[in-house]
Design a binder for this molecule. Sequence first.
Ligand SMILES: Cc1ncc(COP(=O)(O)O)c(C=O)c1O
Length: 290
Amino acid sequence: MDYSDRDGHIWLDGQLVEWKAATFHVLTHGLHYASSVFEGIRVYDGIAFALEQHQRRLLASAAALRIDIPFTVDELCAATAKLVSELGVANGYVRPVSWRGSGSIEVPGFDAGSHTAIAIWDWPSVFGNEARVAGIRLGTSRWRRPDPATAPTHAKAASNYAIGTLARHEVAERGFDDALLLDWQGRLAEATGANLFLVHNGSLHTPIADCFLAGITRATVMELAEKHKIPVVERRIWPEEINDADEVFLTGTAYEVQPVRAIDDKVFSPGPVTRVLQDAYQAIVRRVEG
Ligand SMILES: Cc1ncc(COP(=O)(O)O)c(C=O)c1O
């Protein structure tokens, strides 16, 4: 399946265009210099979860890269909701993306201009339904999350994802489902598209998000943990502490609450704390009272 070869429409700069016609020129600043930011949003039963938060983060990421987007959060939310209903997507994924255009092909992007698009497609679970229960295997990558003085680590910027792609290719060769990334100082950071939680003696421990994306799902799960009287500790965590964890899971819009069954050669059983939070997260995204 090629993502360029689908039916339907894509919202591009305020207009609906045919899916296959949503293209740009090869001399585009965003392509050459990774001057691009994006979002990932899930649609549950026809409604995009945390839509406003995601669109606000898109604008914040663009501002971090000094890309001007001539749309407001409300306009982006309205465009998304309209597209979800027009395409009839019940459970799917929304990809808003903004990038510098072809007005300049020099490193300074002053005259490059910008474009914004929103694409939506049906998309079930990332690792499959079996993995939701059994968990996935993480391999520690040699690639690390950089010092925030070196890269726009708080933005959901395309440039940060080059590390994720390299890490995924590296650990896939060793048979792992996803990569665990350390930070620039060798402490635990996150996976390639999700944040990390360790469960120890009934409490959640998660790395301080100061050099990687502080996920919207991470914040939601921390709130859910509080509601369930599960203590949450944000702190610096060294890789050796993996050996003391009773359970490990990842959180992200795409991953949702994803149990981890191994990190390198250390094995875990997805346990009760992960299950409680998995169920609570599904209830909140699907707006089930409880
Ligand atoms: C690198 C990275 N970290 C963490 C996350 C989790 O963020 P969120 O929960 O906002 O989807 C994502 C997914 O967007 C990601 O790509």
